[in-house]
Write a protein that binds this ligand. Structure first.
Ligand SMILES: CNc1nc2c(CCNCC3CCCCC3)c3nc(N)[nH]c(=O)c3cc2[nH]1
Length: 373
């Protein structure tokens, strides 16, 4: 079995659960946050630094690697693990979401999606079968079915048609899956913000028996309370003994609230993306280090953080590096943000072990957001 979920315990205070996802490249303690490495690298971080950060699994992407360098080159290199020198688990997204968020002039048909490369405008086409061919070549431990993430807002009729097509595409992905023995294929539940469509999507996909299920179509601009509502009525229709992956979710509050609702895996570009423009996550909330008030602040980014950045460098120094466009500055803020989220998830797992995740949530939110930037 390529992927196996081991349930450990449920938090008596919330719906959260502690588990382990067993993969060919190692075990993932859940709930977990997965750093994103879009183009086969978590920007500015080395594999050794990611291991020091306790990163258990990283994400890469079909769309980006299909365009550049091309999945055939990665395959010739021996697959993504060898190509990027990462011997722990890797998950790749199927590309559907990126086609819609990055490329121009795309056209959806039953067959697949036609689009223009965001790099050189070349006309390209990805079908469920093509997405499987690319991911089979990249060789991640977990791959995602090819889906459409409906825009938000969208009409009931549009979401219904899109969601039913996504279920047919999932069936085609399953049929095209060449490496069931060492790659786990997760299906992606859609259905927009409509309960009956979400339940129908979950039923269709769980009847096809995938090793894991993602909840897609969220974190697309909807209010957070709506995302939590969708989770409340969708998670109960997913199998208890399989991993649940909430796609594209990574703000600290959403990680805690999603864990409370039984989510096991999260990913988001947020920590690495905002680090590049000097926004850092601290226990008191977001801190924009480029702000002039930090010019002579010789304390650490976060006084409650024990990471390499906070133990060795001051806010004044990091601000200077970013203002001077020195790459080392981005490395320091990226390292800290990733440490902040992986530490947060470690605290969430401890709170589940001690049956007090709701208390942890209250204590965390009392602190987070105190900063006025
Ligand atoms: C940010 N919000 C959001 N992201 C979504 C994503 C992308 C999740 N992140 C994957 C990484 C992105 C960078 C490259 C490496 C992979 C979604 N992906 C899919 N397939 N379907 C969604 O409904 C889907 C929905 C999403 N919502």
């Amino acid at each position: 079995m390529a992927i196996k979920y081991e349930f450990i315990k449920q938090c008596k205070q919330s719906g959260a659960r502690l588990g382990r996802v067993h993969t060919p490249h190692g075990i993932i303690e859940t709930p977990t946050f997965m750093p994103v490495g879009t183009q086969a690298t978590v920007k500015t971080m080395s594999p050794e630094e990611l291991k020091a950060l306790d990163a258990q699994i990283i994400l890469s992407n079909t769309y980006h690697l299909f365009l550049r360098p091309g999945h055939e080159i990665v395959k010739k290199a021996g697959g993504l693990h060898t190509f990027m020198n990462w011997d722990r688990p890797i998950l790749t997204d199927s590309g559907g979401f990126q086609v819609f968020s990055l490329s121009e002039r795309r056209k959806i048909t039953e067959e697949g999606v036609e689009f223009r490369s965001h790099l050189n405008g070349e006309k390209l086409f990805i079908s469920p079968e093509k997405a499987m061919e690319i991911q089979n070549a990249l060789g991640p431990d977990i791959m995602m079915a090819f889906d459409e993430c409906p825009p938000y807002p969208a009409t009931y009729e549009y979401v219904k048609q899109s969601t039913e097509r996504t279920s047919r595409w999932a069936e085609r992905c399953l049929a095209a899956h060449q490496r069931k023995h060492d790659q786990g294929l997760f299906a992606i539940v859609q259905g927009g913000m409509f309960e009956d469509l979400r339940v129908q999507s979950a039923k269709d996909l769980t009847s096809m028996d995938f090793p894991g299920y993602a909840i897609g179509g969220l974190s697309v601009g909807e209010p957070k309370h709506l995302m939590y509502e969708v989770l409340d009525y969708t998670v109960p229709h997913l199998p208890f003994d399989k991993p649940r992956y909430l796609m594209g979710v990574g703000s600290p509050d959403a990680l805690v609230e999603g864990s409370i609702r039984g989510i096991d895996m999260f990913d988001c570009v947020l920590p690495t993306r905002i680090a590049r423009n000097g926004t850092t996550m601290t226990s008191q909330g977001r801190l924009v280090i480029r702000n002039a008030k930090f010019a002579e602040d010789f304390g650490p980014l976060d006084p409650n953080c024990d990471c390499y950045t906070c133990k060795n460098y001051s806010r004044a120094y990091i601000r200077h590096l970013l203002k001077a466009d020195e790459t080392f500055g981005i490395r320091l803020t990226t390292y800290h943000n990733l440490h902040f989220l992986t530490r947060l998830m470690k605290n969430v797992r401890e709170a589940i072990m001690n049956d007090c995740l709701l208390d942890y949530r209250d204590q965390f939110f009392a602190q987070y957001g105190l900063l006025d930037n």
